[in-house]
Ligand binder design. Structure first.
Ligand code: ADP
Ligand code: ASP
Ligand code: MG
Length: 447
């Protein structure tokens, strides 16, 4: 069995859905499970509907809903016929009727909570997969549409839910069985609590759904089909001559995802590692291009990729009492733990600690509590530039090259990731793009 995950652009129209489905049909003998995202623009549309309902702006919310309806009905009409078209339109209508009443109710209450947000966002994937399943039926391919909320069981963090692998495992195995010449179609991104309340796994979470299904079904491989030819040496939108990496370790891919490479969701790798399942990242536009293989396969040392992560806050903590004081760092981390705020990077000296966080929800409380026993200051609008590759620190020529390339750029912090596969720098947001461009140009194309 294999899992094929299609991202939003891969299902953005009837033509793209056809390209994606053809990729699955070509592998019919491998018992495919399709895990699909919402059509491109739809989740963003639902996010804006959620914001509008929170402000009670009903007519604005409904006009965005009309756009989403139009997109799905146009697609259905473009590639479905007769009773299959009627049945699919009925199914879309059922979803749109419940979505409209949800929007109406939320507007009346002016509600925009994580629970309602998740409920709204889940419709994108429910709708797109109805179209995919309808199209397979049109082509005469036996298929089963699975509601992912019936199988992916999560905790109650509604808009960034964490799956329960034990509970999910049972349901997945009961509902999905290898079946050659048949295709299962399900949604990425969505799940439900044990009480059946809809949850979502966080933006971009369909990649994660794909490896959750892949791991629980112990599939041969997971294929992530997207709009680029694989994982590249940096974001090709920023650096057009970025190159595709043909093979990368789980560790390196996870590091890249965590430090900003949007191409795969940061949680995607873990379920695959546990079962040693290879994950391919491939381009729907160019199915024959090899793409990137993520696996255990040992890689050479040296630089593999550069990523950038925006909206970072840098916190500098200093204290004269820190000198030799055991328990000082523990005290600081207890505060971060209390506010469920994770620290990305950390660098310490005898009298100061610098760290970065992404989630600023409790920034002020954290700073106030640290200030009781030390001096904490923070700066927003920072960026992490992460150089991914094994043993970069050990290569003194490499290190000196990096720092001489950045001699004009104020570097706010330097950190070696605990995993020994990254060298991270913090620069202010205004320097992010040029830093990545300069480093990429010299480290990948220079001599
Ligand atoms: P999908 O909708 O298929 O999930 P995403 O937009 O989430 O696609 O991810 C693909 C995008 O990730 C690419 O279009 C590219 O701009 C971006 N990206 C960022 N960093 C990288 C990288 N290192 N390699 C490839 N793509 C990257
Ligand atoms: N549709 C969701 C999003 O746009 C999930 C995904 O595409 O991975 O975030
Ligand atoms: Mg994505």
């Amino acid at each position: 069995m294999i899992v094929l995950k299609f991202g939003g652009t891969s299902v953005q129209s009837s033509d793209w859905m056809d390209k994606s489905l053809q990729i699955a049909i070509d592998q019919l003998h491998r018992s495919p499970l399709i895990v699909s995202s919402a059509m491109a623009t739809v989740t963003n549309g639902l996010v804006s509907i959620s914001e509008l309902t929170g402000k009670g702006q009903y007519s604005e919310a409904m006009s965005e809903l009309d756009r989403i309806k139009e997109l799905h009905f146009t697609t259905a009409n473009a590639f479905l016929t007769s009773t299959n078209l009627e049945n699919t339109i009925d199914e879309l209508n059922t979803l749109f009727i419940s979505l409209s009443s949800l929007i109406k109710g939320l507007c009346l209450l002016q509600e925009c909570s994580p629970t309602s947000n998740a409920a709204l966002l889940s419709y994108g994937e429910l709708l797109s997969t109805k179209l995919l399943s309808g199209r397979l039926t049109e082509k005469g391919i036996p298929n089963t549409w699975i509601d992912a909320r019936q199988v992916i069981v999560t905790n109650e963090e509604y808009d960034s839910a964490v799956p329960d692998f034990n509970l999910t495992g049972q349901k997945v195995i009961n509902n999905i069985r290898p079946n050659p010449n048949h295709i299962y179609v399900t949604q990425g991104f969505i799940g439900a609590t044990t009480k059946g309340v809809t949850t979502v796994l966080g933006r971009g979470g369909s990649d994660y759904s794909a490896t959750i299904f892949g791991s629980l079904l112990n599939v041969e491989e997971v294929q992530i089909w997207t709009d680029v030819t694989g994982i590249m040496t940096t974001d090709p939108r920023l650096v057009p001559n970025a190159m595709t990496i043909d093979s990368i370790s789980y560790e390196e891919a996870a590091e890249m995802a965590y430090f900003g490479a949007k191409v795969v969701h940061p949680s995607t790798i873990q379920p695959a590692v546990d079962k040693r399942i290879p994950v391919w990242v491939k381009n729907t536009r160019e199915p024959s291009a090899p793409g990137t293989k993520i696996s255990f396969q040992a890689q050479g040392e040296g630089i593999r990729a550069i990523t950038g992560k925006k909206n970072i806050t840098l916190i500098n903590i200093s204290s004269t009492r820190m000198l030799n004081a055991y328990g000082f760092l523990a005290k600081i981390f207890q505060i971060f733990e209390k506010y469920s705020t994770s620290v990305d990077l950390i660098a310490t000296s005898e009298v100061s600690v610098s760290m970065t966080i992404e989630d600023k929800t409790h920034l002020h409380e954290i700073i106030d509590e640290i200030n009781v026993f030390a001096n904490a200051v923070y700066e927003n609008d920072q960026a992490i530039i992460c150089l991914v590759g094994k043993k970069l620190w050990m290569d003194s020529n490499f290190i000196s090259k990096v720092f001489s390339l950045l001699s004009e750029t104020p570097i706010r912090m330097v950190s070696l990731g605990s995993s020994d596969i990254n060298l991270s720098l913090v620069v202010s947001e205004q320097h992010r793009e040029t830093t990545i461009k300069v480093l990429h140009n010299e480290l990948f194309h220079g001599n």
